[in-house]
Design a binder for this molecule. Sequence first.
Ligand SMILES: Nc1ncnc2c1ncn2[C@@H]1O[C@H](COP(=O)(O)OP(=O)(O)OP(=O)(O)O)[C@@H](O)[C@H]1O
Ligand SMILES: [Mg+2]
Length: 365
Amino acid sequence: MAEVVLRELCKSYGSVVAVKDVDLHIADREFVVLVGPSGCGKSTTLRMIAGLEEITSGTIAIGDRIVNDLQPKDRDIAMVFQNYALYQHMTVYDNLAFGLRNRKVPDGEIDAEIRRAARILSIEPLLERRPRQLSGGQQQRVALGRCIVRNPKVFLFDEPLSNLDAQLRAQMRLEIKELRQRVPTTAVFVTHDQVEAMTLGDRIVVMKDGYVQQVGTPLELYRRPLNRFVASFIGSPAMNFIEMRVEAQGDGFRLSSEGAGFDVPGRAVPRLGALAGRSAVVGIRPQHARLGRPGAPDQVAIGGKLMVTEQLGDEQLLAVRIGTADFRLAGVDPELTFATGMAIEAAVALENMHFFEPDSGKALR
Ligand SMILES: Nc1ncnc2c1ncn2[C@@H]1O[C@H](COP(=O)(O)OP(=O)(O)OP(=O)(O)O)[C@@H](O)[C@H]1O
Ligand SMILES: [Mg+2]
């Protein structure tokens, strides 16, 4: 069993708070992704788990041991960095053997481990090459191989794909998923790319300014973001936000802004009541706005002026100005032609709308 349990984990550099009160229970064999913008504390969290960074306060447990005071080499972890950190003057074979030789593993065992890892990663023909004679994807595989040969309890990844071009990243994502099936090991993977987070993670931890914002499965985060930050960070193109005035009306609410106005039944979002007479932020994903008039009673109309179109081949994206808000529609028929400045009408199902408290950004349902 190799659970990883973080309790009230904090890290400060002088007055800079890098990580604050992180509580996280990672199950045995779970693949957890830490995601968030630059500087939010992802690498610091990972490096504290690895033992490369001292903890300011809190505890880290790996398996059933508190590892706070253990050296990195005694934590039974293996880490892959962004730059792979391969030894350029050594062959692939020697790179893979290095850590095991340091630990005085017998040569025969080392050889067996390297053959096993090379087979899993399809790098058998590359073992006698040096890293500079490899493509980026092959170097990436060697870096993964160095983890596999150690049979660690936990894999730690810090943006291992960020040096690769888009196509290779997509390929390596699949390889890492396949690798998981062959070598099921607890893993913590850091990225600032939400697509990587969504596609790789059993669960995702969204961080901002050193704090965990939300922990959940990819679908939970997509469907039920707890705040506006998570809502805007997960999903592509990003969720649209419109600030709207809330008025109590009958047993529901009237929401209005320049360019949009609709009724929301009280039972749908009762917590809008606290904002009556003030404003709420309405969030709508670009995929959830459909061009045209509402076709069902549970849909509402929004409308604005077309600013720009983007042709993607299988769909078009429209950028529409609704009052003062910029609003994007996705999934528009690529064959349709539009004139800049024309009026655009779209329909959105109420169940696909998100509502946020304007000051705190907290979700209202
Ligand atoms: N050695 C250090 N001394 C002072 N501040 C540091 C140090 N290392 C990191 N920080 C600060 O701690 C915060 C978190 O840094 P961290 O490297 O964990 O971010 P990150 O989420 O990994 O970002 P990125 O996506 O850019 O890699 C940042 O504000 C950073 O400036
Ligand atoms: Mg980092």
